[in-house]
Design a protein around this ligand. Sequence first.
Ligand code: FPP
Length: 253
Amino acid sequence: MPNEPAHDLSPSQETAVPGFAGPGHVAIIMDGNGRWAKARGRPRLFGHHAGAQRVREVVECCPRLGIKYLTIFAFSTENWKRTQVEVAGLMSLFRRYIAKELRELDAEQVRVRFIGDRVRLDQKLVKLMDEMEEVTRNNDRVHLTIALNYGARDEVARATRRLAQDVADGVLLPEHVDEETLPRYLDTRVLPDPDLVIRTSGEARISNFLLWQSAYSEYEFIDTLWPDFTAAELERLCRSYGARDRRFGAVTT
Ligand code: FPP
């Protein structure tokens, strides 16, 4: 995402829910595909395919809910530890997903970005990711970010490496490094921080997702397995978010 302007924090112009101060940026840990498949006596990949189909409905309801940025965790740096069959099946699913959804997401004016380390990914997949980013780069209705081979610790390590290189090159002075500096080196540098992080499937952990960026996010851990997640449930979570008092460490009266 080189040379992109700073993110636009203005709420969506399309918000159709009156008096609804919902989250502008929602990040989702889409968990539970395997259990969903197992409950049906099917292989885990069947659950991942069902999970991929949920993404469309969720993206489509974003403008109505005032969600300008949606970030989804598709594959973590730790997911390589799964069986070779599952990893290969997921990579093939990502390739097919991009090829199939590219035109439709573009027609819906969705801008797609990918975060994570592309080095370990297959070249055919990386080419499709680059193409999707390029084709949708002028869209601004919804900003969909797909975390693929993403791990927050890995992201911070890669960012620190680049920052250290800038210091070594004399582009950056160590005494100028502060809280505003590191985010400029993160994969998410053009995105606002998430307002709301949702994890499906009943697990209450973050699993190395957006650790720096979610320092002040609100969290929702819900029991629904990802393939059962609906737009109606997202709307309920956004309404509940709207009722929360976010103080960012300050005291409000
Ligand atoms: C976690 O469920 C899910 C994943 C590791 C993969 C997420 C991928 C998708 C939702 C589908 C593809 C997405 C796109 C953008 C095409 P799990 O397998 O850990 O489930 P379990 O905890 O029940 O085993």
